[in-house]
Design a protein around this ligand. Sequence first.
Ligand code: ZN
Length: 349
Amino acid sequence: MQPDRTAELTRLLRTRILIMDGAMGTMVQQHKLSEADFRGAKSCGLHDHARDLRGDNDLLVLTQPDVIREIHDEYLKAGADVIETNTFSATSIAQADYGLEARAKDINFAAARIARECCDAWTARTPDKPRFVAGALGPTNRTASISPDVNDPGARNVTFDALAAAYTEAVEGLAEGGADLILVETVFDTLNAKAALFAIESYFDRIGRRLPVIVSGTITDASGRTLSGQTPEAFWNAVRHVRPLAVGLNCALGAALMRPYIEEIARVADTFVSCYPNAGLPNPMSDTGYDETPAQTSRLIQDFAQSGFVNIVGGCCGTTPEHIRAIADAVRSLPPRRVPEQESAETVA
Ligand SMILES: [Zn+2]
């Protein structure tokens, strides 16, 4: 496990805006991998796996590690300070779709290892620009607080305890594999995120060590709320007890429509703010599924930086190394948001 780099990250975040990487899925798509590619070499033991595995991008850390390594390298070359592990759907709950729930911990461990190796190689080349591995925990494909059945509002397809157990295994793999921080991302249901945060905190308590945590929600429509119904301010209040290194928003609407919501987070959060939107709204007709060019996305994010909203910026779905390079260029000379002095969580509680 890595040492706790909170102090180093805090110092850096006060000095400049840190750059996160962009989409993994968009880049994997370009490799046009076949079912056989997803299964990998015979030694991966998935040759006669009963279900189709094509589309299980997280599995590639085991079966095509060089593809993932190459994508990480492209983002690091583009200027990313922080790269995300390829683990968005690597919980046992999400991997159950492929019959690979038993591989969840291995995937998280391998993903963190690969990202660690890439970061260390780049940091060795440019020691004045340390690189960090964010161990990513996605929301899973189930929601703990919303019914999947319109005729039965009380129905749930997952429990808090099941989510917490799945996240525990994932966070163990990420931390043991060498993540510098844990990123709970694309939070559409705050109860799912709370299960992740509970798993993380319990794990830290158990081993007697900690890593910094970032929590990133997603506003899914023009109501300005998460899928489970919270405004950005409510979302912050629901997660601030874990004292995250940063809180922010990612994915969903793209930067243009995200502006009022990231502004709201920036106003209320007494911690650093992160923001990594999609390359605009989805467009099924486009190659990557998204239309925004690097110039467009970077101009929007530059405005966030000029407005003093952000400390960490990057891209989500549809963004590429070119987007990240443009974003890094656009914010290079701009100061990071200053964290406002506010009442501490303890005194408010
Ligand atoms: Zn996204």
